[in-house]
Design a protein around this ligand. Structure first.
Ligand SMILES: [Zn+2]
Length: 164
């Protein structure tokens, strides 16, 4: 399913850890637009950089140092781990802020929030607006720099109740 979507989008898989409570992203990956192999992206920052201009500059294996389309895939898209798919061209997290994504323990939904440089949690565009109004040192930022769009959880990679 969704092979069309997988081809054109970045995915942010997470591990198959089955611990109770919310799960966070542990592996970032991007799919090559030419050979469709998955490449691991080492940091969230790097991943966001790729994602922020994904439509203009599709990801290719050569974007990674010493990697080409001839190399074997680095990670398989399968149900060993739960995959979530991101929207391309989301804004990069502003410097000093941290964007956190959590998958609810029941796999029903993802939650997204930002942590400000001073450690405050922002959970909505409204909270970002209030924060920016009160903290003039961030006057170069706007609500456009923050996205509360959550990735799509791939149903076919959600563990079935018997394997949970
Ligand atoms: Zn490739």
């Amino acid at each position: 399913m969704n092979s069309e979507m997988a081809k054109d989008s970045l995915k942010t898989p997470k591990t198959s850890s089955r611990s109770a409570g919310n799960l966070s992203i542990s592996i970032w990956a991007a799919q090559c637009g030419k050979c469709y192999k998955w490449r691991k992206i080492s940091t969230q920052e790097e991943y966001e950089e790729i994602r922020s201009k994904f439509n203009e500059e599709p990801f290719h294996c050569e974007n990674k140092p010493n990697v080409s389309c001839d190399d074997p895939t680095e990670i398989e898209y399968d149900s060993l781990r739960t995959w979530v798919i991101d929207k391309p061209n989301e804004p990069k997290t502003p410097i000093g802020f941290k964007r956190e994504l959590c998958l609810r323990g029941d796999y029903s939904e993802m939650d997204v929030y930002y942590i400000t440089p001073s450690g405050k949690k922002l959970r909505s565009t409204e909270e970002v607006r209030t924060f920016l109004q009160k903290n003039l040192e961030f006057s170069d930022l706007s609500t456009e720099d923050f996205s509360f769009t959550t990735p799509h959880i791939m149903d076919d990679t959600i563990p079935s109740p018997s394997t949970k």
